[in-house]
Design a protein around this ligand. Sequence first.
Ligand code: E4P
Length: 217
Amino acid sequence: MKCFIDTADVAEIREALSLGILDGVTTNPTLVAKTDRPFKDVILEICRLVPGPVSVEVVSTNAEGMVREGRELASWAPNIVVKVPLTPEGLKAIRVLSREGIRVNTTLIFQPLQALLAAKAGAAYVSPFVGRLDDVAGYGMRLVADILEIFRHYGYTTEVIVASVRHPMHVLEAARLGAHIVTMPFAVMMQVVKHPLTDVGLARFLEDWQKVPEKPF
Ligand code: E4P
């Protein structure tokens, strides 16, 4: 399973890269706004830092505008993936951009048929938002399972990015289901990396190490 980070914060991306497990980045307008930096500056810096795909979202709501913005974003760096919401206009834009060889990540997916349509239109990725569904008493991971099952039936190569991840159990379930990618906020990534019992166990070993005679280091 590939691990992406869901952030536009360059410090978080650098730290995630240093862990050696980072395969890509997803951003959205909310995440970029949090950085309080000019849009193009921050996106170009991320694209230089990360060799893998960097998803960047269009903000037009009609197909023509989405296609125009998507083409422009794709021209900024070879690793940019254009993020398009699954609306009727978005669907039209996905087809046009995909046919031009521009990779599209379809965002704001909340039911499996939206993912099926995105795959039919040629999207490289679909992003089911599991946390936002759970927030309204839905079942986010069921959505992921349904999408994976549908894609298997028809042999779609569209990759599933488990998005809107809130906690390590979403990551574990994504891996158990065989999702291609999970995109995590930095805080969740650190929760996955760290375990309190590992910290307690290490503290005990280091304490006991002090009692070992004639230590070589
Ligand atoms: C995915 O690509 C989105 O950027 C993201 O996962 C949305 O997550 P949120 O529900 O925490 O805003």
